[in-house]
Design a binder for this molecule. Structure first.
Ligand SMILES: [Zn+2]
Length: 341
């Protein structure tokens, strides 16, 4: 079984026989964000809750009084925070933690110490945001919301955050394959955005940039986030058949070959065939053969979701997952609702 970001695989650690019953201990191997430690696990109805912790800073600057950095004085909020993460075995995963804050020694202001896996004012992880954006390629906000069990407003908010990000791309990152895709934000209002994805490692797709619009300027704005040297290292760029993306690739990726996504070719072909079929039907006033009616859309080069090939029910040995003795408190999961932390 392949390990995906946020995915998990079960490893059978021991099997033995106790009181005449064969038992197996299955450990879960989980991919966690950098700097995060999992210290507890609880199987909940329809999902998985992971208690997490991270290293807190030793010094902070108060957001309110802006006095010089002071030694951190940690206190803990009373409400357990629940943050939606990627799926595990086909079911939602959550990070839960008791939120730490710093109390300013000067002005007594309470300043939350954010975990490294999420931004302020949202209840989803950064990698969940990535998943949402990738799922938006070829889907609407409503479809993505339905598939993930969150509200369309949450999807919209995630996209808005990513559009306003000035995310820097590590200049040392070696990128040889990229994808340029458009996403449709609001069908009726014809709002679009362009997404640049790093496709170098198919198991670790990562969104590098998002820009409003789907014209050449939008594609160029994404590509210009890469350094000149990084753009020269790109060997392939996958796009749809948009002339705007072709022009941006020609202008900014000097050593790269354009690859037109098979999905978009199939989509265009499907539309043409459909048009011809309708015309033909009108002329002949009789149904046409099945061969011209369907173009298979499945398996035509769509990027895999981070949830990967793991399916619901792939493993049910959930009670034997190893965790330390700390128990995750009983929590409820207000999906799609912001907690302002
Ligand atoms: Zn202060």
């Amino acid at each position: 079984m392949r390990l995906n970001p946020g995915g998990a695989r079960g490893i059978v650690r021991t099997t033995d026989s106790r009181e005449g019953v064969d038992m197996a201990v299955v450990e879960m191997e989980l991919d966690v964000p950098d700097g995060v430690r999992v210290c507890g696990y609880e199987r909940i109805d329809g999902g998985h809750a992971f208690e997490v912790e991270w290293t807190l800073p030793t010094e902070v600057t108060c957001d309110k009084c802006r006095r010089p950095p002071q030694r951190v004085h940690v206190e803990w909020g009373d409400r357990i925070q629940v943050v939606r993460d990627l799926e595990v075995w086909g079911q939602p995963g959550f990070f839960v933690y008791q939120p730490p804050f710093h109390r300013c020694g000067w002005c007594r202001h309470r300043q939350w110490l954010l975990p490294p896996f999420k931004r302020k004012h949202v209840t989803v992880t950064l990698r969940f945001e990535e998943l949402v954006l990738r799922m938006m390629i070829g889907s609407t906000e409503e479809e993505v919301a339905r598939k993930l069990g969150i509200s369309a407003e949450m999807v919209s908010l995630i996209i808005k955050h990513r559009l306003s990000d000035e995310q820097q791309i590590d200049p040392q990152r070696v990128i040889t394959d990229v994808g340029l895709d458009e996403i449709s934000l609001k069908k009726r209002h014809k709002l679009y955005a362009t997404i640049l994805t790093d496709l170098t490692d198919p198991n670790r797709l990562q969104i590098l940039a998002v820009a409003p619009g789907r014209d050449q300027a939008a594609a160029a704005s994404c590509l210009n986030r890469l350094s000149e040297q990084q753009r020269a290292q790109v060997l392939n760029h996958r796009t749809d058949m948009s002339p705007a993306y072709t022009a941006a690739g020609d202008a900014l990726l000097p050593n790269s070959q354009q690859v037109v996504d098979r999905f978009h070719v199939a989509q265009k072909l499907g539309k043409v065939v459909d048009r011809v079929r309708k015309k033909d039907t009108c002329l002949q006033k009789e149904p046409v053969g099945e061969a011209t009616q369907t173009i298979p859309f499945a398996n035509v080069g769509l990027p895999q979701t981070a949830a990967g090939p793991l399916r619901r029910g792939a493993c049910t040995a959930t009670n034997a997952v190893r965790a330390d003795s700390r128990v995750v408190p009983a929590v409820s999961f207000p999906l799609g609702r912001d907690r302002h932390l």
